[in-house]
Design a protein around this ligand. Structure first.
Ligand SMILES: [Zn+2]
Length: 340
């Protein structure tokens, strides 16, 4: 710990000293790195090296490790340094968990859920699991798509034997928005990455925001369907439940910012069924926490069943069926029962 802090201090002091000097780059690998005054010089050299053998071009020594930093705070190098500085600090703090904490899962992972979610930086496991370590086997890509990560998902389900596949989409999803419009101007890799987002045409008269939220739900429903095609046998055998949910940090679904809303269970998305599902889970929680019951956010006294039904009704109003497909939702509530 002391060493890392010292290192961070040295790096910090070094950067302060160098920040006062003219901009320059210094290689961390002087033996391998070609003698060049700057990255710019390196780039100029690029034209000459274009015909060199591939192995030589791939030499990591061609890229310089930056030690002299930026002149302005918004330069990429500055942002990188700031982020990594935070990483070192946060990692140091995380190590305070201690050996016992890490030893608990050092030799084997035993997650209870395979979680497929979007790569969006605003979406993180801590929104639904305060202790995701060794609990959430997380697979991420833009638009939380099953087919883009089939191997990883299969690993979680078939090898780690997680009894739950949780597909979590989110409001404000850029991948869904991109898929809603013309993707032909996007790069080939991104177009390919969006291939498995198939959306129904928006309901006429919807506001763009509402159509977007609707598309997020439709995508989750589609991804659950795709998962069921791959892992239907496990579901049939009772070894797996596939749950689709939407994490709503924008409060587009009007259930409160940050709410995780269940929209699909094993291919079912009818509001009544979702409400019943949530009620069943809530019932388990209430057995442990009777005090937890009957107090909604608004302060109104509602039992869980009627609260879920009321919320399902509200969401149903928000999301009418699109081209014969039912979209609606009920509410999932995060429970703390697992670590009790
Ligand atoms: Zn997204």
């Amino acid at each position: 710990m002391a060493f890392a802090r010292r290192l961070a201090l040295i790096l910090s002091l070094t950067s302060m000293v160098l920040a006062c000097q003219p901009k320059q780059e210094v290689s961390a690998e002087p033996k391998k790195a070609p003698k060049k005054d700057s990255v710019k010089a390196d780039k100029k050299e690029g034209a000459k090296t274009a015909q060199k053998p591939e192995a030589e071009l791939a030499d990591p020594g061609k890229f310089l490790v930056p030690f002299a930093w930026e002149a302005a705070k918004d330069e990429p190098l500055a942002l990188t340094r700031q982020f990594l500085g935070d990483v070192f600090t946060d990692n140091q703090a995380y190590m305070e968990h201690g050996d016992k904490f890490f030893a608990a899962f050092a030799d084997k992972q035993t997650p209870r859920a395979t979680v497929l979610t979007c790569a969006d930086s605003r979406v993180h496991t801590t929104a639904w699991d305060v202790t995701p370590e060794n609990d959430d086997f997380v697979v991420r890509n833009i638009g939380n798509q099953v087919e883009n990560a089939e191997g990883s998902i299969e690993y979680g389900i078939e090898h780690l034997r997680t009894p739950l596949l949780l597909v979590i989409g989110h409001t404000g999803c850029g991948a869904v928005k991109a898929a809603m419009s013309d993707t032909s101007k996007l790069s080939a890799p991104i177009q390919k990455e969006l291939e498995h987002i198939h959306l129904p045409k928006p309901t006429p008269g919807k506001t763009p925001e509402s159509a977007w939220a609707e598309a997020v739900i439709a995508n989750v429903n589609n991804q659950v369907e795709t998962a069921l095609k791959h892992f239907g046998k496990d579901v049939q055998g009772g070894q797996l439940t596939v749950v689709g949910a939407v994490y709503d940090f924008r409060n587009d679904l009007l259930q409160g910012a940050g709410k995780l809303t269940i929209v699909n269970v094993n291919g079912n998305s009818e509001p009544e069924r979702m409400a019943a599902f949530v009620e069943a889970i809530s019932g388990k929680r209430d057995e442990k926490n009777p005090q937890d019951k009957k107090h909604g956010k608004s302060g109104k006294k509602l039992d869980d069943a009627s609260a879920a039904a009321e919320i399902a009704e509200q969401i149903a109003k928000l999301h009418h069926s699109v081209e014969g497909e039912t979209h609606v939702t009920a509410i999932g509530e995060k429970h703390a029962a697992k670590h009790e």
